[in-house]
Design a protein around this ligand. Sequence first.
Ligand code: PMP
Length: 395
Amino acid sequence: MTDRTWSHYINPTVKAIPPSGIRRFFDLAAEMEGVISLGVGEPDFVTPWHIREACIYSLHKGSTTYTSNHGLLELREEITKYLGTQGVQYNPRSEVLVTVGVSEALDLALRTLICPGDEVLIPTPCYVSYIPCTTLAGGVPVTIPTSMEDDFRLTADKLEAAITPKSKVLLLCFPNNPTGAIMNREELLKISEVVAKHDLLVISDEIYDRLTYIGQHTCFASLPGMRDRTIVLNGFSKAYAMTGWRLGYAAAQGDFIGAMTKIHQYTMLCAPITAQMSAMEALRHGKTPMENMVAHYNRRRRLMLQGFKEIGLPCFEPGGAFYVFPYIGDTGLTSAEFAEALLLEEKVAVIPGDVFGPGGEGCVRCSYASSVEDLTEALRRLGRFLKRRNITQKQ
Ligand code: PMP
């Protein structure tokens, strides 16, 4: 490698993928003091103590080995019990794979399904990894922009219009990151009819299912005819404040889980046993602490919406996750300009909506997984920012 740089050797597909737009703002914010970050998509709570205790106990007992590739059977049984409460039954022996976060489950699901050129339908704005992971799997991401007028929900009409003979997978995420949008059962039923009509498969990322504040979450696989067309992804990062433990799972028809497990066994072998032991405790005894955290998020959600109202920032009411997605278009700034100016002038970090794909421009993502004090101060600074720039928002 004398006259050539590394860049010459790097796979062009990898080279063409842009780095995460979220990271750029973290890096900017990290260099400044006194920043209130509404940028991170991570609970501000520490994992409940009884879950950490279960981890310590497992280490005392000497549980430090590999597990089955699929994950501990006892954990898979707890997972299927939980999914049973969501109205869908799985066999814990063959239809569940425990993974290193939903991140790994998503990557495996895409790699297991996609043949070169297959189209993956992705409602946007969407979680930042969906488009790059689709590309890395050899698929073609086809974005379906949702809009504030539709409360950022996917409509059957928009889905129909995006389908081509190459469409293979629909990648759903409700409650949604970054918008906080949810979809109710009737709306999902309409989507399921289009899915069946066009013989699509669905990857349903339900990582925020427990963080639903309006009505009840509907697991997509529980809808009529959808169980064997759907790969449900879920995990422990958000509901149990366990981001650092790196644990998630996929549930689907056995042949598909078997195929995913082949990639998993050669690349990851298994998810960490310590995290698996702790996740078991989370599912067995974590309901009350989890519900307490959810109640806190819900209070903060209302605080943010009320605060935006008072300073004149339009925002649709998100029913889930821990994000609000206010509209900043009337300021005359792009979402990137808005986020950068707000950070430099008022030391409040938010994420520009454009990093989440088509439909995100004009909005910014604010996470309310922060203390009430920080959120109150961030709202005060945001109000001052708008006032100083003499920006009068239309409500
Ligand atoms: N999906 C969505 C929608 C997310 O927001 C996140 C985390 N921000 C993930 C997946 C990844 O979660 P995990 O920590 O389980 O890998």
